[in-house]
Design a protein around this ligand. Structure first.
Ligand SMILES: C[S@@+](CC[C@H](N)C(=O)[O-])C[C@H]1O[C@@H](n2cnc3c(N)ncnc32)[C@H](O)[C@@H]1O
Length: 398
């Protein structure tokens, strides 16, 4: 059976329209594999599966977010999350005497609406709320969310095609579950050292993952990991995000003064490349089911990997940022005043109170999102301690 048609036991089958989009993407990827000489580096496959214009997972019109989609993110789970992020950014805007917000990967626009509404409540609105998303297809959806939730603030929102010019941004950069959606390169430790994983095949045979030669970039990445965690055993598989240094370098050039706050699932390097994670952290999400077969239904499922926060800190430092804070999401949200926001809900209003408590639990309990998700605060050109990170300082783990 062809790999991309393999149905995973008990998975709901995609619609015939979705399968038609998938088939076009398979043809396109197969052509790219042929053009690359018979195999495509995994990050190039992932880039196409997620972002190929009109066909990739984030670039085609599928549902993706929320109960009817493939996964649910914190801003979709609770408005308290966006309110907290606004409270993390407000002191930065206040210290700068104004400025803009730039959100990367804004998804449905729910977080943008929540952050703007809370900043308005705090009387700390940014000049502009700018959105830059790898998928232009999501713009209409974001605009509709913002028009419905914060119509009076819509004229402050601006969609960007590229980063603003060097040195032109002062303010707050936000990204939730952004870094986990960047394509990763994958490696396996062979008998003679690291090998890189590639995708090969075509529309007739299906795609398969194969180990091939490691180039100098792959060998250097694995050497840097082994320098931090010790030698990796033969058979060990994992991945790294090759885009982080360039991404932070560009952001560092753009941001003259302010802070970036990024939240994602991930770990410091020593935990990321721990022997217990010998198959890596790469995962696919399809209708709220997680599995690790990246080659099934290209374009119809989300592909992600955990974030190596040590690599994030290294790339940010090299780009001129300071690491101002790092901690688990629960500590970050409490540092933003989550408890006080919960206390605003009248306990006599039982249904509302029960719902708010349920949301706080989802966001903060260790078995839910509280510890799997981590927050990092990066500052540049501003001498400010970020109050959101005041409760717990875990920078020493990076
Ligand atoms: C998992 S979704 C998260 C969406 C939203 N932040 C949320 O929390 O619901 C990842 C988003 O990041 C975007 N993205 C990925 N890489 C990006 C990049 N380099 N620049 C801007 N957006 C990016 C994707 O298009 C997608 O909208």
């Amino acid at each position: 059976m062809r790999a991309f048609e393999r149905s995973l036991a008990d998975f709901p089958a995609p619609s015939s329209e979705a399968l038609a989009v998938c088939a076009r993407l398979v043809d396109q990827i197969a052509a790219d594999i042929a053009a690359a000489g018979g195999r495509l580096r995994f990050d190039h496959y992932m880039q196409r599966a997620l972002y190929a214009p009109g066909l990739g997972y984030y670039a085609a019109g599928s549902r993706k977010f929320g109960a009817g989609g493939d996964f649910t993110t914190a801003p979709e789970l609770s408005p308290l999350f966006s309110r907290c992020l606004a409270r993390a950014g407000a002191p930065v805007l206040a210290a700068l005497g104004g400025g803009d917000v730039l959100e990367f990967g804004a998804g449905t626009g729910t977080m943008a609406a929540g952050v703007l509404a809370e900043l308005a409540r705090l009387d700390c609105l940014p000049g502009r709320y700018r959105i830059l998303d790898a998928s232009a297809e999501l713009r209409e959806r974001q605009r509709a969310t913002l028009a419905a939730k914060v119509p009076a603030l819509l004229d402050r929102v601006e969609w960007l095609d590229a980063l603003p010019p060097a040195g032109s941004l002062r303010g707050v950069v936000l990204g939730n579950e952004l870094l986990d959606a960047m394509p990763v390169r994958r490696f396996r430790i062979g008998a003679d050292g690291p090998q890189e994983l590639y995708v090969r095949g075509d529309a007739a045979t299906g795609f398969e993952l194969v180990a091939g030669p490691a180039d100098a970039g792959c060998r250097a990445a694995v050497a840097a990991i082994e320098a931090a965690v010790g030698p990796l055993a033969e058979g060990y598989e994992s991945e790294w995000n090759p885009a982080l240094p360039a991404w932070f370098a560009s952001l560092g050039e753009t941001l003259a003064a302010g802070a970036a706050i990024l939240i994602d699932y991930g770990h410091p390097r020593r935990a990321y490349y721990h022997p217990s994670r010998a198959r890596g952290t790469f995962l696919c999400h399809y209708r709220h089911r997680a599995h690790d077969d990246a080659l099934v239904w290209p374009g119809l499922q989300d592909l992600t990997a955990h974030v190596d926060f040590t690599a994030v800190a290294d790339a940010a430092l090299a780009a001129g940022f300071e690491v101002a804070g790092y901690c688990a999401q629960a500590w970050f949200l409490f540092g933003c005043g989550l408890e006080a926001l919960l206390a605003e809900v009248d306990p006599e209003d039982l249904p509302r109170h029960v719902e708010a408590v349920r949301q706080v639990k989802l966001l903060t309990l260790p078995g839910e999102m509280g510890e799997r998700f981590q927050a990092i605060g990066l500052t540049k050109g501003i001498g400010l301690r970020l109050p959101a990170f005041a409760l717990r300082d875990e920078r020493g783990r990076l």
